[in-house]
Design a binder for this molecule. Sequence first.
Ligand code: HEC
Ligand code: HEC
Length: 389
Amino acid sequence: MSWRGKNLMGLAAFVVVSGLALVFAPSVFAAETDLGPLPALKVDEKKAELGKLLFFDKRLSGDAARACNECHDPKKGYGDGRALSEGYPGTLHWRNAQTLLNAAHQKDLHWPGSQGDLDTSIRTHVTGWILMNDDGRALEERMILVPEYRNRFKDVYKINRHPMFGQIMGALSEFVKTLTSDPKKVPFDRYLGGDQSALTPQQVKGLELFKGKANCVACHNGPLLSDKGYHNTGVPTNPELKTNPQVQIAARLENMTIGVSGYDTITEDYGRYMYTKNKQDMKKFRTPSLREAKYTAPYMHNGTIATLEDVVEFYNAGGGNDANKDAVLKPLGLTTEEKAALVAFLNSLSSDTSPHADAQPAKYGEEGYPYQVLKINDGKPWTKKDPRP
Ligand code: HEC
Ligand code: HEC
């Protein structure tokens, strides 16, 4: 335990003895030790390395023209820097391409928590019409004719057959699990570890506001700075959803597919409600992590807030306007100095430099790994047991 942790224990023991524990101790603990650092995830390195190759391979999309990294760009904090994501050619998405940094620590995935795990999230990407529009069987056939992949899948999954769709998804998930923050590189985590100089006095003031007057900690808590729950903060609709027919088409298709009634008249993003059909979930979205937010602008599910300064202004005004807005959100009355301190603290939750920004597969080049036509079963007699190369 860090000296800071010990100090807090000491403080708690003192207040228990002095009879003030119930008033005091819980907020002291929620304050700091609960906020970080993130626990390390178990990763299968070989599988992740294979996933990394796939992540940068355009053959994952139907037209073999767009890889994961084009919407989740390592140099743009694993987002794409746009308010709304560009979908598959001929389509436009109605939501922002989320960062993948620390996504593996979340419980449910996507802005409204519509996908239960990484494999499922990635499957909906690869086969969904709006994002990559590929076909699972076609993708397997593509993998079979790339010797590098055949060998790597054999090696990772100990199989003597062609790569299967589920294994392709599994390898991509494993790569996403590597995209986490290193506590040694995050000022706030170093501060929690006992290095008091890791935060400036202004950032320490921001931390106090975060836990206190601004009450961000009501939703942004735990090591991820997310309660992994869903809230309506009244983020305004992105006007594109009302005015751009291609954005409308994508949103209508999704609403229709999952059975939202009146899908053809919807001009707002109903968020979690679309998936639960529970009125209380209207326009609720998953609380995002605040880690690495320095590198992931613009913000919110539809990219309508450009900077962290603007986000703080948004909350200072009590959030946006919506009938279902969370009752926790109230005008905060922060002074100019307090707003600046809060922004400074938010920046301390991001690594010193954008993490994993230089990621690229070991042998990645213009061509990637080329296809190669196989001699059927290497010219050997066909056997029932192992019919595929
Ligand atoms: C055309 C753009 C595009 C491409 C290509 C793309 N994504 Fe996404 N990704 C998005 C968008 C948009 C979202 C948010 C979707 C939503 O909330 O409905 C997202 C969300 C995610 C999430 C959820 C993150 C979280 O915090 O919940 C994961 C994981 C993910 N993408 C992984 C991938 C992988 C792996 C690939 C390649 C197989 C990929 N994406 C390719 C646009 C894209
Ligand atoms: C009632 C719960 C709640 C409270 C309180 C709250 N947030 Fe949020 N926060 C959310 C939700 C939910 C979102 C996502 C909203 C969306 O996408 O429409 C969000 C989004 C954000 C984002 C954008 C992150 C991204 O990746 O796009 C930032 C930054 C942020 N909040 C900071 C703060 C700060 C600072 C405070 C305190 C002043 C605060 N939040 C208070 C629930 C909350």
